[in-house]
Each structure stands twice: as structure tokens, then as C-alpha cells.
Ligand binder design. Structure first.
Ligand code: UDP
Length: 244
């Protein structure tokens, strides 16, 4: 592929390129309710990957003909801002962004009780502020918080993380370098309380055993991310209630 000459060694003495252990998440930050004009919002960082999510709705559907009589229509737009990548990203929607918008919507839809709001729309906007791998799973994690912040009834929160295989080792929460030079990457999202996987993609090749190991590692990471989501919601809502 020509890349091999420059390919960095991804595991040195059992540690990853950024010093993490194979089963270690990046430092995670979450804040809920960061935008005044959206019905719900959240900003989430996994290391250098930083994503903002905003939710509007349930609200009147425009154009009217896309409305559904038995539930809310859920729309999602994932976008990478021009300054979010090392090389300027064109502001025109790419095929990748269109595909990821659909994939992210499908990962969130099972959690939303859309049947409670027929003939309305719920709009989810995901803006990647800084990209360093795992933007779709960080976007899903942020959007779930923004949906909860908007007061939209949900079956559970959705949390996501990408696992991968780098230098033959299965690792949690891969960054961009690991995504680029690793042997496989596998983004996963789930509703941990309900026990349902809502996103599972695999790019690259894993053996059956490696796949089982990778999925178990992802689900353990998702559990931790889920606890952080609940803490972030409590931080906003418990302190607000106390002030009242
Ligand atoms: N990336 C980029 N420009 C692009 C697409 C991707 O710089 O147009 C980088 C970015 O850091 C992203 C990573 O490559 O997080 C991996 O992209 P992928 O398509 O695998 O999706 P992600 O891991 O972000 O969900």
C-alpha cells in the first residue's frame, strides 16, 4: 500500500502510541445543556475527539409530507467542521457524512419513544469540532445525552466506543493513528440498561475469537461510558433541582 514504510509501531512494551494500556479508554469529558437555543445539547470529548450534539423537538414537521401518523420522524445530520481535521475538510456534505448520519440515526432510534409523538419531528445535529478517531461513537454518546436533555422519553441511553486490532492486540477506544494503521476497527454502540446493541460495524478482518474478545471489550467500555453519561445528567439536573 506504500503506507508501510511510514507505518508507526503501534504497541511498544505493551503500551499504545499514546501510552494507554490495551483496555484503557481515553480521558472522557461530558457536559450537558451547553447551548441555550437548542431543546437539548451536550458536548463530549474522548481524548482529542470532541463532538457537540444539539436536539430540537418534538416539533412541527417541515416539509409536512414527511410526517408519520404513528410516530415522530427522527432526522440526523452528522458533520465534520472544516477545521476539525488536519487537512481542511470541505464544508460540502461528503458521502461519508451522509452515510454516518444514517448509521448514527439508526443507532439512536431504538432508544427513542417516537410513538409518543406522532406527526412531529425530532432533529439531531452532530458537529465534530475536533476529529481524532471515533467520531461516530462519540457523536452517538453526545446525541443520547442531548436527547435526554431535551426531555425526550427514552428506553435507555445509548453509549458507543470503537475497538480495534493493532499490532495483533485487541484495544479499546482507538484513536486516528490506530484507526489508520491498525488491522481492524469496530465501532459499537449499545443501550446497556436494556442489553441491546444498536450499532456494530467492522472494517478489517478479525478471527471468531478476536471478534468475541473485541465485542466483550467494547461492551465493558460502553458500561463505563454509560455511567459517565448518567453522572453528567445528574450534574446538570441534580444541581439545578437543588438551586430551585
Ligand atoms: N478523518 C479525517 N477526515 C475525514 C475522515 C476521517 O481526518 O474526512 C479522520 C478523523 O480523525 C476520524 C478518523 O479519520 O475520526 C476515522 O474516521 P472513520 O471514518 O473511521 O470514522 P470515526 O472513527 O471518526 O467514526
Amino acid at each position: 500500500m506504500g503506507l508501510d514504510k511510514e507505518r508507526p509501531q503501534l504497541i511498544v512494551n505493551g503500551r499504545r502510541i499514546d501510552g494507554r494500556a490495551p483496555d484503557e479508554l481515553r480521558p472522557i469529558e461530558m457536559e450537558v445543556g451547553v447551548l441555550k437555543n437548542a431543546d437539548g445539547s451536550a458536548i463530549v470529548s474522548f481524548g482529542n475527539t470532541r463532538v457537540l450534539a444539539a436536539v430540537y423537538g418534538p416539533r412541527e414537521v417541515m416539509p409536512k409530507h414527511v410526517a408519520m401518523v404513528d410516530r415522530a420522524v427522527i432526522r440526523c445530520r452528522y458533520r465534520m467542521l472544516s477545521f476539525s481535521t488536519e487537512e481542511r475538510k470541505s464544508p460540502a456534505p461528503s458521502r461519508r457524512e451522509i452515510e454516518l448520519s444514517k448509521v448514527i440515526r439508526e443507532a439512536l432510534e431504538p432508544a427513542i419513544m417516537s410513538e409518543l409523538f406522532p406527526r412531529t419531528a425530532i432533529d439531531i445535529f452532530i458537529e465534530v469540532l475536533n476529529a481524532d478517531g471515533g467520531t461516530r461513537t462519540t457523536g452517538i454518546t453526545a446525541a443520547a445525552l442531548a436527547l435526554a436533555d431535551a426531555g425526550i422519553p427514552m428506553r435507555d441511553l445509548v453509549a458507543g466506543v470503537a475497538v480495534g486490532k493493532v499490532d495483533g492486540v485487541i484495544v479499546l477506544d482507538i484513536n486516528k493513528v490506530e484507526d489508520m494503521y491498525g488491522e481492524a476497527d469496530m465501532p459499537v454502540a449499545a443501550m446497556p440498561g436494556v442489553g441491546r446493541i444498536t450499532l456494530l460495524q467492522l472494517n478489517g478482518v478479525l478471527s471468531r475469537d478476536e471478534f468475541s474478545q473485541a465485542l466483550a471489550l467494547a461492551l465493558r467500555g460502553i458500561r463505563k461510558i454509560y455511567e459517565l453519561q448518567k453522572e453528567a445528567l445528574r450534574r446538570k439536573y441534580v444541581s439545578t433541582t437543588e438551586e430551585v
